[in-house]
Write a protein that binds this ligand. Structure first.
Ligand SMILES: [Zn+2]
Length: 73
């Protein structure tokens, strides 16, 4: 069974670069992994929240690209 693409979190940093953390399922566990730096950790609960925290703290990426359209900056 393939999943929809909802199992990832993308954020843009101040330079407009996009960083993505993917939520991976390994058996009964969830692991979140950052495409940018390779950071990963188990995240049994609220993996998306932990992904957002990593993106903000490690990459200063806090802009949701799906919400950023139309902002003239
Ligand atoms: Zn990272």
């Amino acid at each position: 069974m393939s999943e929809m693409d909802s199992s990832r979190v993308s954020r843009q940093d101040a330079d407009g670069r996009e960083h993505t953390v993917r939520v991976q399922h390994t058996g009964a566990r969830r692991v979140i992994r950052c495409d940018t730096c390779g950071w990963h950790k188990p995240a049994q609960f609220l993996p998306w929240l932990k992904a957002e925290e990593h993106l903000a703290e490690a990459h200063q990426a806090t802009v949701d690209p799906t919400l950023a359209s139309g902002d003239g900056a």
